[in-house]
Design a binder for this molecule. Sequence first.
Ligand SMILES: *Cc1c(COP(=O)(O)O)cnc(C)c1O
Length: 238
Amino acid sequence: MSEIGERLLLVQNGVNAALEKAHREAGLVKLVVVTKGQPAEKMQALIDAGGRYLGENYPEETAEKIAELKNIEQVEWHMIGHIQSRKIKFLTKYFNFIESVESLETAQKLDARFLEAGRKIQIMLEVNVSGEVSKQGFALAEKENWGAFIEDVNRIDRLASLELVGLMTMPPLGEHAESSRIYFKRLRELLAYVNEHKIGVKMTELSMGTSFDYSVAVEEGATIVRVGEAIMGARIYA
Ligand SMILES: *Cc1c(COP(=O)(O)O)cnc(C)c1O
């Protein structure tokens, strides 16, 4: 087995162990392997080892790498990076899932472009539950902002080409994995709050946890984890 295949298995086992520790049902977490800044050869090794969900931040880079990859029919491509208007054309062409919708305006832009392209896509809203100023996403560290967020959620829910399925967050880099726990808990509380107050179907997905803290995230209810370097090794950049 390749080194990447071995590390994929190791992290999958870590996810399973955290599920068991939290008395959660096995197999309920999607392991998205983050491949930004990784060359196509390493991504091919990941796909050949059974990597099924790939996370990318820079859609133009993704398009270039996809041109070099084989056997990608089964791959589900997740956009997890900042969304720039002029890069949306790559999203409509190559991606299956957008985790990083950071504002109502971005959602509206995406909706218009996916409508034009004649397709639908699953999305999540990126939220900032820590208050760290450098972080993108809906500013929801203060619970007094949660009510206004529901109005945005209801508007986004009505956009025809987007299917809103959950929330995503990236906590501040702490000293220990345990430092992230309060933010993961807060995201889970926020999802419950939104489901209690929003109109229409309930959201089910919580995307949280990286190489550093995915076990804690799974213990706190993550349904998607985004793990890069622990599986792919060091990035060239970003
Ligand atoms: C890069 C990135 C990750 C993965 O980080 P690792 O430390 O490599 O596991 C996860 N989520 C987002 C949003 C990222 O940009």
